[in-house]
Ligand binder design. Structure first.
Ligand SMILES: Cc1ncc(COP(=O)(O)O)c(C=O)c1O
Length: 379
């Protein structure tokens, strides 16, 4: 694993927002980028394209078939590339599809805590968000079907499902998803399934693609994916929108220009990742699995008052600081005094007060240093 994690000096030279937003002495463990090198097949495909000056406008090429192949190998889902389109990124696809299927003022339900752009981008296009809080249980955050039903019944148009869930790290079971599909059908709610984190599920959980359910609500749903999280390609701009058979006509109404906002290097990298990136992905999942356990051990030892639910997927951890004196937005003081940058909990919705999100995708040494800095502030 020695060459998976990039050395500190090389991370400091990176140009992306994770490493540039804050002063150099602040350890960045916030936005969802990983401190890893690229998968070799992805690097080779990009190098080849750059060497050939192959940098024109994007075309899907073999992207959609590559994603379908990956979905079949990893999740047993026989997805149809004939009902997929390339997109610039997941959030652009969410906004484009919402614009087509809803009217200003319509209600979009999101589970909170929520990936902040779910709340911000939906509001920007004049749709109303309803924050449907996950349930707090002794075992951590969980789907709250009673609450979800009440929010659907109050007149929702769309449910923006995030599975696996950022930031809770939850992976919904087939039973959960069937129950959601049943509620969506009963209350005529359209489902948009953001499954961007689905490649990064740890042993013990299984990702079930929403469209694979085949239920009526799944037939009218879309799902969004990308190699951008699991292979660390966010800046290259490419995602895949897959439509259920009865959502395909709506997808056709998305202006074609939206698709062509994708970056060609993103398409090339996504295709290489989905076709040839399984071995690297397995290595990353192993390393991150070690990190989520290490975080549990170190947090328990150094800051037992901070709540941590080990994620079942992805590399984001939702830390509960409500039993500390850090107030509503712990990330602020941690960054100012501790020189460690986590994501601000209140940005994830009303239930985010007193929380911060920790990105675990750093070398074990950097992760330990981040937790040590948190502990120093709380000492
Ligand atoms: C749940 C979720 N959706 C979407 C995104 C962003 O994806 P994109 O950059 O493709 O819009 C993220 C990024 O972290 C995410 O966590």
């Amino acid at each position: 694993m020695a060459d998976l994690w990039i050395p500190d000096a090389d991370l400091a030279a990176r140009h992306s927002v994770k490493y540039r937003k804050f002063a150099p002495d602040v350890l960045p463990v916030w936005v969802a980028e990983m401190d890893t090198d690229l998968a070799e097949p992805v690097k080779a495909a990009l190098a080849e394209a750059v060497a050939a000056g192959d940098t024109g406008y994007a075309h899907p090429n073999g992207l959609l078939e590559a994603f379908a192949g990956f979905a079949s190998r990893r999740w047993g889902w026989a997805a149809d590339p004939g009902r997929m389109v390339m997109m610039p990124d997941v959030m652009t696809a969410v906004v484009a599809f919402l614009t087509v299927i809803t009217e200003p003022g319509d209600t979009v339900v999101v589970n909170t805590p929520a990936y902040p752009p779910f709340l911000e981008r939906v509001a920007e296009i004049g749709r109303r968000t309803v924050q449907s809080a996950l349930a707090e249980t002794p075992a951590g955050l969980a789907l709250d079907l009673t609450r979800l039903e009440a929010d659907f019944a109050a007149g929702a148009a769309v449910y923006l499902l995030c599975n696996p869930h950022n930031p809770a790290g939850l992976v919904l079971t087939r039973g959960d998803l069937l129950a959601i599909a049943e509620l969506a059908e009963r209350y005529s709610v359209r489902v948009i399934a953001d499954e961007i984190h689905a490649p990064l599920v740890y042993e013990g959980s299984v990702h079930v693609p929403f469209l694979s359910l085949g239920a009526p609500a799944a037939r009218r749903a879309i799902a969004l994916s990308s190699a951008s999280k699991a292979w660390n390609l966010a800046g290259l701009k490419c995602a895949v929108l897959a439509a259920g058979p009865e959502a395909w006509a709506d997808v056709q109404r998305i202006p074609i220009d939206v698709q062509y906002g994708a970056g060609l290097l993103g398409v090339i990298a996504n295709q290489a990742a989905f076709e040839h990136g399984d071995a690297w992905l397995d290595t990353v999942i192993d390393a991150l699995d070690g990190n989520r356990r290490l975080a549990g051990t170190l947090l328990r030892e150094e800051v037992p008052q901070v709540g941590y639910q080990m994620p079942a997927a992805t590399y984001l951890a939702w830390l509960d600081f409500r039993r500390t004196r850090l107030g509503d937005d712990p990330a602020e003081e941690l960054r100012e005094r501790g020189r460690v940058a986590l994501s601000n909990g209140p940005h994830f919705g009303e239930v985010g007060l007193g929380f911060a999100r920790l990105n675990l995708a750093s070398s074990p040494e950097r992760l330990a240093e981040a937790i040590h800095r948190i502990a120093t502030v709380l000492a």
